[in-house]
Design a protein around this ligand. Structure first.
Ligand code: WAQ
Ligand code: MG
Length: 266
């Protein structure tokens, strides 16, 4: 019998504004180390040193934990963020997102999707056909949590990412988050780029395309980033989708294929 899993979540803020967050799963003996790493991270963040750090830990109902496989990872090389956004838009269209929904997502993330013009704490939900924003709270958005890699999958992923020069927190965490989003009912695709000023990469993910990263989706130094989850038109129960994204525990115990970078347009 495996030892019970806990969810551990962190959010940090400075001057009343969200700085960073993190979410992991671990057994009781992992929790001290995970908490210490989260605190260290909040105090050494490129967006500033945290003034408040909230940690929340809770045991999960083991029967609820769903096991899953990570999406395949691709890197498409683009020369700058403008070409990156064009390429990302093209993939989103291919995944079934309408042109107006793509435009809505790109301009919202690029301009700061929260009402104060900053980054949101979580993700937007966007109707993939109409482009309408559906998340109930435009500052908070929807925070995906309660997902992680099993220890053997973490090891395997680290080994494979290292070969590609991609073994960093951004890639690991984004792949796991996108992986959980793709298991949710009614998700057509996801678009993301980081809100960290020193990290310009982002990705498009969809059930057919997998996780497709672009080294540039924004200029370096830019702090506006975010996420958009595109929802199939007419998804009947939005609240059920939000509950799934926020609370359903998902443990990735298998990794997908990790492909070497390829120039966009080939
Ligand atoms: N749930 C929903 N939205 C989130 C979450 C979450 N758990 N965490 C962050 N966000 C949203 C929020 O609006 C942030 O401003 C935005 O995403 C970016 O978060 O392959 O580092 O943690 O090289 O800065 C993607 C590319 C990196 C990785 C993404 O995101 C790669 C990244 P960040
Ligand atoms: Mg960030």
């Amino acid at each position: 019998m495996n030892s019970p899993l806990y969810s551990i979540r962190m959010r940090s803020a400075r001057g009343g504004h969200h700085l960073s967050g993190a979410e992991r799963l671990g057994s009781a003996e992992d929790l001290e180390q995970l908490a210490a790493a989260m605190v260290r991270r909040a105090l050494n963040h490129t967006r500033g040193q945290a003034e408040t750090i909230e940690l929340s830990l809770e045991i999960l109902d083991q029967a609820q934990v769903r096991c899953a496989e990570l999406p395949d990872l691709h890197t498409r090389l683009v020369s700058d963020w403008r070409q990156g956004r064009q390429a990302a838009a093209q993939l989103l269209r291919q995944a079934g997102v309408s042109a107006c929904a793509v435009d809505e997502a790109m301009s919202a993330i690029g301009g700061g999707a929260a009402p104060d013009g900053r980054s949101m704490r979580g993700a937007m939900l966007i109707d993939a056909a109409s482009g309408q924003r559906l998340e109930p709270d435009r500052a908070r958005g929807v925070r995906v949590s309660r997902m992680d890699l099993s220890s053997s999958a973490r090891q395997a992923l680290g080994d494979r990412l290292q070969v590609l020069g991609l073994d960093n927190d951004h890639v690991r965490e984004a792949l796991v988050l996108a992986g959980k989003v793709l298991t949710a009912p009614g998700i057509v695709a996801e678009l993301c780029w980081s809100d960290d000023p020193d990290y310009s990469a982002g990705y498009v993910a969809s059930p057919q395309l997998g996780y497709v990263r672009f080294p540039h989706l924004k200029p370096l130094g830019e702090e506006r980033g975010g996420r958009a989850f595109f929802i199939a038109a007419g998804t009947p129960d939005l609240q059920r989708l939000i509950d799934y994204l926020e609370t359903q525990p998902v443990l990735f115990d298998r990794i997908g294929q990790l492909h070497a970078p390829q120039p966009w347009g080939e």
